[in-house]
Write a protein that binds this ligand. Sequence first.
Ligand code: A3P
Length: 342
Amino acid sequence: MATPLITATQCFVPKPKEEEKQVEETYKRYRQLIVPTLPRQKGWMSEHLYMHQDYWFETTIVEGVMYLQEHFKPRPADVLLATAPKCGTTWLKGLIFSIINRTCYNASAKDHPLLTAGVHECMPFLEVHLFTDLPIGDTEILSSPRLLSTHVPYAMLPESARGPNGCRIVHMWRNPRDAFVSFWHFVTGWRRKAQLSELSLCEAFDLFSQGVSPYGPFWDQILGYWKASQEYPDKVLFLKYEDMKRDPKHLVKKLAEFLGQPVTVEEEERGVVDEILALCSFESMSKAEVAEKGNFHGGRPSYKDFFRKGEVGDSKNLLTDDMIRRLEEITKVKFNGTGLEI
Ligand code: A3P
């Protein structure tokens, strides 16, 4: 069996003590000099959303994004999962981790790191888990290929992450209706735990429609990755949640190929793809041992909060016909002439 390429416990290692002062100064600069000058709107998960380079970010996340942009050093061997929130990130994290590490961690093992350590520890969010709040994580010490995740739009990634020599980027998007509804449920649970007043469905819908949602405008984020995938198909894989639900086997094979580790005939005959899909299924991940332990990055959101229904089309149970029509109109206008369709 090969040596594990990355282990769950490697994912969060604080920066060395001697760099602490400098990091502290950097965050102080963001917090005191930059963030207060940014346009702001009502926050979904914190007090405010701040507009930084045409996108909206929650209060502390905006600092994580700035740190990512200024200090994260991408490597061509990195695998970056870049998604809009609530588009199936958790599922894809599991799939990428288990595909890449399938020779060191058997997907049918009861003690697979995805089940024991949890998916977010195996593939942490840069701006959320590693670069928000001190101490921050040291990504430099991680061995390649680093498996990292972000919700940051393509245009805002460090230059060396983008283009023909950038890292391998996997993007997944989802029908805006379902993504919005999933997000609203997630935020409602978050606000309840944080003892914040409720963000009503109507208010959230208006903000979302105007592009004012965390990491939004939702459509612009997707279009950025869509265009990059057209320009650099070897570097940016563009997936859709609904396609993944319809034919997961096909997409796992496509993903494995993109990641440079195609599934062999022998593996397919041994049922490796089926094992990976079973390991990463909604059922398996939502009931993983780690679900009872909580989450690697504190209690909010908890591991369990990333699993709700995992279905396509649930938005019809909550949104009115008018709301659905409105989202369809916006999508039509935004995607017009791009070749991208719902
Ligand atoms: P719903 O709220 O519609 O159920 P993200 O991981 O980007 O935060 O997205 C969360 C959405 O993906 C939620 O959608 C969640 O239930 C769904 N999800 C999480 N794990 C999944 C899995 N293994 N398979 C399918 N869907 C999953």
